[in-house]
Design a protein around this ligand. Structure first.
Ligand SMILES: NC(=O)c1ccc[n+]([C@@H]2O[C@H](COP(=O)([O-])OP(=O)(O)OC[C@H]3O[C@@H](n4cnc5c(N)ncnc54)[C@H](O)[C@@H]3O)[C@@H](O)[C@H]2O)c1
Length: 295
């Protein structure tokens, strides 16, 4: 049966496993052509074979999201295979290394920022012109996290990167609305994947010099806590089903864990109440009736 997705084409980053693969399968099940990109080529080819066996229209392309030229190649390949591009799912992401501020490895922060933030920018920059060009509209789905809606001790790099993805999404929503491109951000809490083993795909360019590395004991403690949290997560198939449901009804902030509302509402309240302090300020309180300036 035909629907708003069928016959259209989605490019998905980080599609070899975890959330990316589950979303690929769910969207393929809606009749979409799927272009799967991932830095892990052998796992990617196994994953795409499994989808092809189910009769889905799937192709793959090597993709390190931190390399813009690889994004250009995947868009080219998608157009060659399917004619048009309608959707990008900026899913590829890495967890980084939990740790204290004093122990932060600069190369690890750069890795997390490059994959989780620049990777999302590059994904949008390469695909949005292709989506605009046919005039049929489409979707940009950025995968952030609940971590983008709240700070977490010892996870500054990951939280900062995901907050950036939320913010980028909010900026692009208004920019792409006139082009009938629906922009949304997925903010899951824990989902059972291999995110806690993100280092398996860390590129050489982000290697930390031996003498600057965090001690093994500290690394182990962080890794065990992360593994336990991820293990408690929901199954990827449930999240993927939720994504289809939310895209269908054009939701913009897509949550998968309604139990986390208390976190975001507590934060939103604290942010709002801080304006009361500014209104009562002897220094800036008089600005309350000024016009709001935007551009
Ligand atoms: N699992 C969770 O609990 C959870 C919660 C919230 C958000 N997320 C987000 O979901 C997204 C998917 O993560 P996941 O949980 O499925 O993890 P995962 O590690 O199971 O899968 C991530 C995929 O991305 C690929 N990848 C890693 N670096 C890449 C790069 N530079 N270029 C291209 N591909 C790359 C990996 O090879 C892997 O296939 C991430 O953005 C993550 O931050 C995960």
């Amino acid at each position: 049966m035909s629907n708003e997705f069928s016959g259209k084409t989605a490019i998905i980053s980080g599609a070899a496993g975890g959330i990316g693969l589950a979303v690929a399968e769910a969207l393929a099940g809606q009749g979409m052509n799927i272009v799967m990109g991932d830095i892990d080529s052998s796992t990617l080819s196994e994953a795409s074979d499994a989808l092809k066996e189910k009769g889905y229209n799937v192709i793959t392309c090597p993709l390190d999201v931190t390399d813009y030229t690889q994004w250009e190649s995947i868009v080219e390949k998608a157009k060659e295979a399917f004619g048009k591009v309608h959707m990008v799912v900026n899913n590829a992401g890495v967890g980084g290394t939990p740790g204290k501020i004093e122990d932060a490895e600069h190369e690890t922060w750069r890795w997390v920022m490059d994959v989780n933030v620049m990777g999302v920018l590059y994904g949008a920059q390469a695909t949005v012109p292709a989506i605009k060009e046919h005039g049929e509209g489409g979707w940009v789905l950025n995968v952030a996290s609940m971590a983008g809606m709240m700070g977490m001790p010892y996870a500054g790099a990951y939280c900062a990167s995901k907050a950036a993805v939320v913010s980028m999404t909010e900026s692009w929503m208004a920019e792409l609305h006139p082009h009938n491109i629906h922009v949304s951000v997925l903010c899951p809490a824990f989902v059972k994947t291999r995110i806690h083993e993100s280092h398996r795909n860390r590129q050489e360019k982000y290697a930390v010099a031996k003498e600057k590395r965090m001690s093994k004991d500290k690394l182990m403690a962080g890794a065990q806590a992360a593994a336990a949290a991820v293990e408690s997560g929901i199954p990827v198939s449930m999240l993927a089903e939720r994504v289809v449901e939310a895209l269908r009804s054009k939701q913009t902030y897509i949550y998968s864990h309604p139990n986390y509302r208390k976190v975001t509402s507590g934060r939103a309240k604290a942010i709002d109440m801080a304006f009361v302090d500014a209104e009562e300020s002897e220094v800036v309180g008089h600005l309350i009736n000024d016009d709001i300036v935007t551009f």
